[in-house]
Design a protein around this ligand. Structure first.
Ligand SMILES: [Zn+2]
Length: 572
């Protein structure tokens, strides 16, 4: 049995994600996980919330809550929405977990042991009123270039000039507004990525099956300019994982935490430890996914992420793993996505522009969104969500093609043969031709799914649905019934078996609708159609079924216009 480890880029804790975030990692990862489970692979599908860093602290302050409490609440909110979207994580963890604390400190200790950490003294702005160092972007003041009075310490957004916090006129804390600031000396740890450059280069060269988009991004960071730079892995913050060398204190680093980019990818591993704990399993059960000396040698590890995350996953995280000198499982395939735009602009969390996951579910069931998003996944280029396109796709693909097929054949059978699979008759040339076409298409669908070609998979699935509709249209058992009811019975039997086949094939895309189709067909047999002709004979004559309620309601022009208006502005 194949063993597949799947991780989705972990969403940041400070709010509900929009549909562009969803289609850029979690949703295609879920598609792949569901498909692999359907094929009988052993799957470990992990995701988590990314909880550390200044934005979490500020969001908590804005909400008037302690940061730990804020993160715990937002984790529950995100977990609930993920469940309602049908995201089938084996575990949805938290980067603030004890497991991640321990593992992050462990990695830092190993890296230090191997001479891959150096200490650097820096001068940084300290706010006496806030009792903390301020990151550049949390210092505001007047731009020396254009006079804009809300310029940030890293850049003036009015004239776009790059700034240093010390350039600002009358600098103040963006947190409290206090002007009682001073420059203080502080010490930080840097990961010597430059020392690992050759090892990373060789590792990336060994990945001959990676898309050029992925390897070219990694190579650019490795070789452009001065090459791969060392990176600071600590911050002067309260909220985060305390800097330690394994179990031991790190002299001179008291009161500091690891930088969020260092601990976030380590959560991929820690999350498996959380899964083991939550399910009362021993450590060996998660280690067999992550340690090549403990059983992970035959695991295929696939990561899903947006293109902006590629450098972290091809360089920074591998640098941590390689630098540890320990036998950790490294990624085998990395699937990255371009951006989904919203109605002529960009989705934006900070500006509240677009449709957010909770809002989407308030309007329509998850499967409508899953189908549109996956069938329009931004794979080879950016793609765009428009309400017209969404309406057309739902009405045509889901309602007119799949929903109509299921409704038409189950209702016709009920009216002429009752609510059981009719007996009698044999498959003729028309039926054999359909079975042959479906066999070819199912194999093509499998090939696209294995290759994680999301759009091509959706196209093939749609073609499989359409083939059934076309067959029904041309066989027309409602006409044949009048002259040859026995042959019509054979056609209806085939079509009812197609409903079950469609449910199985469609489950990775539209799991809830697929479950309803199986329920209507009164079967729990969701085995994959390795043998298509055999799969089309699973429902035997006299097998009882029920006519399902409407699977997919059409989106009216009125609804579309209403939603267009409702989502034209920004979210409050
Ligand atoms: Zn300016």
């Amino acid at each position: 049995m194949a063993r597949i480890l799947i991780t989705s880029a972990i969403p940041y804790i400070n709010g509900i994600k929009h549909l562009g975030n969803l289609v850029g990692s979690q949703l295609p990862a879920d598609l792949y996980a569901r498909y692999q489970r359907g094929r009988g692979s052993e799957v470990m599908f992990l995701c988590a919330t990314d909880e550390h860093g200044t934005p979490a602290e500020l969001a908590a302050a804005k909400a008037g809550k302690p940061v730990a409490e804020y993160c715990a609440e937002m984790h529950e909110v995100q977990a609930d929405i993920a469940r309602r979207f049908g995201l089938s994580f084996d575990h949805f963890g938290r980067s603030s977990s004890p497991q991640n604390h321990k593992l992050t400190q462990h990695f830092a200790g190993k890296l230090a042991e191997n001479g891959l950490i150096r200490e650097v003294s820096e001068r940084q702005v300290y706010s006496n009123a806030d009792g903390r160092f301020l990151p550049d972007r949390y210092i505001e003041g007047t731009c020396p270039n254009c006079g804009y009075d809300k310029a940030r310490g890293d850049q003036c957004e009015n004239c776009t000039k790059q700034l240093d916090p010390t350039d600002l006129i009358e600098p103040r804390s963006a947190i409290s507004g206090s002007t009682d600031l001073e420059v203080r000396e502080t010490k930080h740890l840097y990961l010597r990525q430059s020392a690992l450059k050759d090892q990373l280069d060789a590792w990336i060269d060994s990945k001959t099956d990676w898309p050029v988009l992925t390897t070219s991004i990694a190579k650019k960071w490795l070789h452009d300019g001065d090459g791969l730079q060392d990176r600071g892995i600590t911050r002067d913050l309260d909220w985060g994982i305390p800097v330690k060398k394994g179990d031991e204190d790190w002299p001179g680093m008291e009161g500091k935490v690891f930088y969020v980019w260092f601990d976030a990818p380590i959560e991929y591993i820690a999350c498996a430890g959380e899964w083991a704990e939550a399910n009362g399993k021993p450590d060996a059960d998660w280690e067999r996914w992550w340690r090549t000396d403990k059983g992970a040698d035959d695991v295929r590890y696939v990561q899903f992420m947006g293109k902006d995350n590629v450098p972290f996953h091809t360089l920074s995280f591998p640098a941590t793993l390689i630098g540890s000198g320990e036998p950790w499982k490294m990624v085998d395939h990395l699937k990255s996505f371009n951006y989904l735009n919203y109605d002529g602009g960009q989705f934006s969390t900070s500006q509240g522009r677009g449709v957010f996951m909770d809002q989407a579910l308030d309007i329509l069931p998850a499967d409508y969104w899953r189908w549109w998003l996956l069938s329009h996944a931004p794979e080879n280029s950016d793609s765009e969500f428009t309400w017209e396109n969404f309406q057309a796709s739902v009405n045509k693909d889901l309602a007119d093609v799949l929903g109509n097929f299921v409704s038409r054949i189950t209702k016709f059978c009920r009216s002429k043969f009752g609510e059981q699979v009719p007996a009698g008759g044999d498959y003729g040339p028309q039926e054999q031709a359909l079975i042959a076409e479906l066999t070819t298409r199912v194999r093509a669908y499998e090939a696209h799914m294995e290759a994680m070609e999301v759009r091509k998979s959706a196209q093939e699935l749609r073609a499989i649905w359409a083939a059934g509709n076309e067959y029904l249209q041309s066989a027309a058992p409602w006409t044949l019934f009048k002259t040859d009811p026995v042959q019509a019975a054979a056609q209806v039997r085939l079509a009812l078996n197609l409903v079950r086949l469609y449910a199985v094939l469609s489950a990775p895309f539209i799991p809830a609708s697929s479950a309803r189709m199986l329920e209507a067909m009164n079967t729990t047999d969701d085995s994959w159609p390795e043998d298509v002709p055999a799969a089309l004979g699973v429902l035997k004559p006299d097998h009882a079924f029920t006519v399902p309620e409407v699977l997919f309601a059409k989106i009216s022009d009125e609804d579309r216009e209403g939603w267009q208006q409702k989502f034209a502005g920004v979210r409050n």
